[in-house]
Design a protein around this ligand. Structure first.
Ligand SMILES: Nc1ncnc2c1ncn2[C@@H]1O[C@H](COP(=O)(O)OP(=O)(O)OP(=O)(O)O)[C@@H](O)[C@H]1O
Length: 264
């Protein structure tokens, strides 16, 4: 089976500004890959390139076996969900409307959402513990509530690949755990997840593999215990290894989640 997403010798960036190069990685169905990297190292730029929102400066991206540029936007939206960093939003849609937008690629043009679509939207909100927000106006809810709404929207797409840019960033402690647990459940449904986080303990808790993005290049890719070591994290974030080690006991108390392998 082809990888959910595969990048070969990718260079990423903007006109006149190369952010990273030589990036090769693949994500299988039912696998969670977590991306760690300092501010400005290129995590969002990499995601946007994998999603075909930014052209690669070099190299190749395939999504579900097809070059990303060959996908029609409608077909892509049926297969790939993207949770961007939470934004304020400008239009006063209800939370349910926003989540139903995740169904849009599956609804025939000009058709109204069906009862089935509304049930799926309600299920996705309930799965994240925010069904009580259904009739609230998106521009009038908190940053964390918006984040959960955007995750629910992506889940409502029923994607094969889910790309999440710091999905736990603005969430309280309980919602962080809820979202991480939910990501673990997506794995069992065979969904490939590629997510970034600024919290190594979150990656250690949920990832099958971890990728380290240093400015300009991929500095590591592999099993969490082998990749997210105090020395590697110290080098990645430009801090002292002793300082990283000092903070490690705080998260090593987490029972380390041993991901179930997805039968391929
Ligand atoms: N539209 C743009 N045009 C030119 N440069 C950009 C653009 N957007 C981002 N950059 C630059 O590209 C680099 C990578 O940015 P990116 O947003 O991908 O980093 P990131 O790892 O996601 O950061 P953070 O953790 O702070 O969200 C940064 O130096 C940033 O200033």
């Amino acid at each position: 089976m082809s990888a959910a997403v595969e990048a070969r010798d990718l260079a990423i960036g903007y006109p006149g500004r190369r952010v990273g190069a030589g990036i090769s990685l693949g994500i299988r169905a039912g696998e969670v890959l977590c991306l760690l990297g300092p501010n400005g190292s290129g995590k969002t730029t990499l995601f946007k390139t994998l999603l075909g929102l930014l052209p690669p400066l070099a190299g190749e991206v395939r999504v579900l076996g097809e070059p990303v540029a060959d996908w029609s936007r409608a077909a892509f939206a049926r297969k790939v969900g993207y949770v961007p960093q939470a934004h304020a939003g400008i239009f006063p849609f209800t939370v349910e409307d926003i989540v139903l937008m995740g169904r849009a690629a599956r609804i025939e043009r000009f058709a109204a959402p069906s009862r089935h679509d509304r049930e799926i939207a309600a299920d996705c909100l309930a799965a994240l513990g925010v069904d009580h927000l259904r009739t609230r106006i998106y521009t009038e809810i908190s940053g964390g509530e918006r984040q959960l709404t955007l995750i629910a929207r992506a889940l409502a797409q029923e994607p094969a690949l889910l790309v999440m840019d710091e999905p736990t960033a603005s969430l309280d402690f309980g919602n962080q755990i809820r979202v991480l647990d939910h990501i673990g459940r997506l794995r069992r449904r065979g969904i490939a997840v590629f997510m970034s986080t600024h919290q190594p303990e979150h990656a250690l808790r949920v990832a099958d593999r971890i990728a380290l993005l240093a400015p300009g290049r991929l500095a590591g890719l592999g099993a969490p215990a082998e990749v997210a070591t105090p020395d590697a994290l110290a080098a990645l974030y430009g801090v002292d290894a002793a300082a990283v080690a000092a903070s490690l006991p705080a998260f090593s108390r987490f029972p380390q989640h041993r991901p179930e392998r997805h039968a391929s």
